[in-house]
Design a protein. Structure first.
Length: 179
């Protein structure tokens, strides 16, 4: 069948879940008093999920170079193929950069953090000016990420419902009852 590898499909959907957890944890953090246990749990969840997103994006990038993308049938116009390539580049760059920017924000803030229960000490001297710039870039790129995700999902649904091609089906998990 004309689809991505099973591993690529699983990593794609796992990345989506972890990105959703990362965003949700940061958004829900504001519901709790600063310094409270739920607030701190949301922060740690945001940090941990973000690092896992970064790891998955690296693995996905390696796999993207190992396997050819399956063809879209029927073939979309050239402008759509170029748009899709640009969108994927923006998604990869964003979700590789965001965790690194988040870690740098904490590092330049002089803050240690926990990854899977292990204390990661601050590894730069505190610098409020650098921290503020990096934090602004991180938050701006995170907001752009909402748009990129929505545009990506919208394009896939457009291909599926309007153009009636196999764009969505190439990334859907196999179902035994559909064989």
């Amino acid at each position: 069948m004309n689809r991505f590898s099973r591993l690529q499909i699983r990593l794609h959907w796992l990345t989506l879940v972890l990105i959703a957890i990362t965003y949700a944890a940061m958004e829900f953090r504001g519901w709790f008093p600063k310094g409270s246990t739920p607030y701190l749990l949301m922060k740690e969840t945001h940090y941990n999920a973000g690092v896992f997103v970064w790891c998955l994006m690296i693995i996905r990038l390696i796999l993207k170079h190992k396997y050819d993308d399956p063809a879209i049938i029927p073939t979309p116009p050239q402008w759509q193929r170029i748009s899709a390539k640009l969108m994927h580049i923006m998604l990869y760059v964003s979700f590789l950069a965001l965790p690194l920017l988040g870690i740098l924000t904490m590092a330049y803030g002089g803050k240690s953090w926990y990854f899977l229960g292990l204390n990661i000490p601050a590894f730069f001297h505190s610098n409020g000016e650098i921290k503020a710039v990096i934090k602004t870039i991180h938050e701006t790129l995170a907001n752009v990420g909402y748009f990129l995700i929505a545009a990506h999902a919208g394009a896939v649904l457009f291909h599926h419902a309007i153009q009636k091609d196999n764009t969505l089906l190439r990334m859907m998990p196999e179902h035994k009852h559909l064989k």
